[in-house]
Design a protein around this ligand. Structure first.
Ligand code: ATP
Length: 557
């Protein structure tokens, strides 16, 4: 994060500076200066900078705080709110759409435009259903689902955890259940204590290790309490539920018209592999990247935009020459995990909240050679932000045999023919948005006053600069501020704010996560310079408009 160095000169308020200059100024200027000094007193925020800086976890914010902050500030609204909402769907507001676009732009620039070995693609959302048969999604893209017959609620069986409870004497007392979340051991222990109390049995409660409902013995289905009612006997056995949304294409709505909204963007890349090879000059190793909407009829959309039914993915398929030398393919996979981790840190995600989880061999898909998830510590617990899988040659081979069209690549130099293997880093825009937002959230104290701010990296910040005329009633200042605003607007999303005192305007920008504010004041009329203020340090310094434009462009890179 770029910070402006606080300097003694930079921390003097323009009003005070104006006072010093006024002694040498012409009488008309002196009158203006006196008026400004009388109306404006809060430009400087002190020399010490913010204190008591706290991150989102230190502030103990939970998801409901994030949801309400997003709504209040125009980042994310629940979909169809005026019709009582529509679970699993969200609308992005004015700040949200900017943040989202900036995240996507950063990914596209870094993964496609600034690399010589990756090209882009935009495939259709609805495509031949044969794609999803070949990829295995029609038969196997499902989650285990369990219903509560009493409450009519539905849960993902692999997210419904339970444990056996025994009393202090070791006698069986029953079961407790809970949904996946943060600190489940503690929550289960609390529920077990409550169960013993209800049964008037002595503690301390003893718990078996937590298992998810897919691991339950059929004899236990009726014994585990429903998380909805707290009572046993209402949960069904788990059964598979396909996550693909169906639609029909054409005038007929019979079996032949069935099509699917894509549940991932990757298959469009595989089916276009040969097109890209024959229409461009790519040579293995190379990647094809795509950003686009994906749809999954999630059984339990949860945790706000973390798990929704309509979301956007940024996926890259990186095609490599197959090798059985384990060291080689592991190194290729590890290099991509490193690249992706560095990218997340580069756009402002807090490295202290990131970790890597390697899938154990028994949890890997049958065709996958390796898979590492980049995990983020969300307020509800540590969960997958991005998956990075080595998928072998599975996808291209599946499509080749289902379509009858070869997926072989010919090495121009050696004339060797092979079906490339692929490494797939895949991240959801919405999960990335949430991680960026959680990393940016902070509370601190400036001049004895509590402040809430979003410390977005300038590259992804929805608004890059707030332009303030110091006073509204001076046409020259207003004109000069408007001119600067227009100039910055050519390249960036910029805000113009002339309402209220400068301190309040700074706070509004801090809350929106705007990294820089510039104030056009009386000194601007004399020497053309403006006050540039940094959001995080609150340091101020004077810069010329040219310096400002170059500085902002550089900071947003
Ligand atoms: P999960 O296990 O959390 O359901 P997944 O392993 O099924 O995720 P992938 O199919 O690998 O996810 O999809 C790649 C990425 O797409 C995920 O890492 C995530 O960032 C994003 N993603 C997947 N499902 C959703 C969803 N329902 N809502 C938002 N983002 C999603």
């Amino acid at each position: 994060m770029l910070l402006l160095a606080a300097s003694a000169a930079g921390s003097v308020s323009p009003a005070a500076r104006l006072g010093a200059r006024a002694r040498a100024a012409a009488p008309a200027m002196r009158r203006l200066v006196r008026r400004a000094a009388a109306t404006e007193t809060s430009v400087s925020e002190g020399t010490s900078g913010p204190t008591d800086v706290k991150t989102i976890l230190e502030c103990k914010k939970d998801m409901s705080d994030i949801v309400s902050l997003c709504k209040r500030r125009g980042f994310v609204y629940p979909s169809s709110e005026i019709y009582s909402g529509f679970a699993g769907f969200f609308d992005y507001g004015p700040l949200g759409v900017e943040l989202r676009n900036n995240i996507k732009r950063a990914w596209w620039e870094d993964m496609v435009q600034r690399r010589d070995d990756v090209v882009g693609l935009d495939s259709s959302i609805i495509a031949s259903p044969r794609i999803w048969e070949a990829s295995g999604h029609v038969a196997g893209f499902s989650d285990p689902m369990v219903d509560c017959k009493e409450s009519k609620q539905r849960f993902r069986a692999d997210q419904l955890f339970f444990a056996k409870v025994a009393d202090g004497a070791g006698a069986h007392a029953g079961y407790v259940s809970l949904l996946e979340g943060a600190d489940m051991e503690a929550a289960a222990a609390k529920a077990a204590g409550a169960l013993l109390k209800k049964l008037k049995r002595d503690g301390p409660a003893q718990l078996s290790p937590l298992r998810d409902f897919t691991e339950a013995d059929p004899s236990e289905y009726a014994l585990v309490p429903s998380p909805a009612t707290g009572e046993p006997g209402t949960l069904t056995a788990p059964r598979d539920f396909n996550l693909m949304f169906q639609t029909s294409v054409g005038a007929m709505t019979d079996g032949s018209s069935v099509a699917y909204l894509r549940p991932e963007t990757a298959q469009g890349i595989f089916t276009n592999f040969k097109n890209v090879v024959s229409s461009t000059r790519v040579k293995v190793p190379f990647g094809i990247a795509q950003i686009g909407k994906a749809f999954r009829n999630e059984i339990t959309p949860r945790n706000f935009i973390f798990r929704s039914r309509e979301f956007e993915q940024m996926e890259l398929e990186y095609f490599i020459k197959p090798t059985d030398v384990e060291e080689e393919w592991r190194a290729q996979h590890a290099a991509w995990v490193e690249t992706r981790l560095a990218w997340h840190i580069g756009i402002g995600i807090d490295p202290a909240l990131l970790s890597i989880e390697q899938h154990k061999p028994d949890k890997l898909a049958h065709y996958a050679r390796a898979c590492s998830d980049i995990m983020f510590k969300f307020p509800f617990g540590v969960s997958e932000l991005e998956g990075c899988a080595h998928r072998g040659g599975y996808d291209l081979t599946q499509h080749a045999s289902a379509s009858g069209k070869s997926a072989e690549y010919t090495d121009e130099e050696t004339k060797a023919k092979y079906v490339p293997h692929v490494i797939e880093p895949s991240v959801g825009v919405d999960r990335c948005f949430l991680a960026v937002l959680c990393s940016a959230y902070a509370e601190d104290v400036v001049n004895g006053e509590a402040r809430t701010l979003l410390r977005f990296h300038p590259r992804v910040a929805p608004i890059k600069v707030g332009v303030f005329p110091l006073v509204k009633n001076n046409e020259q200042i207003m004109e000069s501020a408007r001119e600067l605003h227009k100039r910055l607007q050519r390249r960036h999303n910029v805000a113009f704010d002339a309402a209220g005192n400068i301190g309040r305007r700074y706070r509004r920008m801090d809350e929106a996560g705007t990294p820089f504010c510039v104030t056009v004041d009386f000194q601007t009329l004399e020497d053309g310079t403006v006050t540039l203020r940094d959001r995080d340090s609150t340091a101020q310094r004077r810069v010329s408009p040219d310096e400002l434009v170059a500085f902002v462009a550089d900071a947003c890179e």
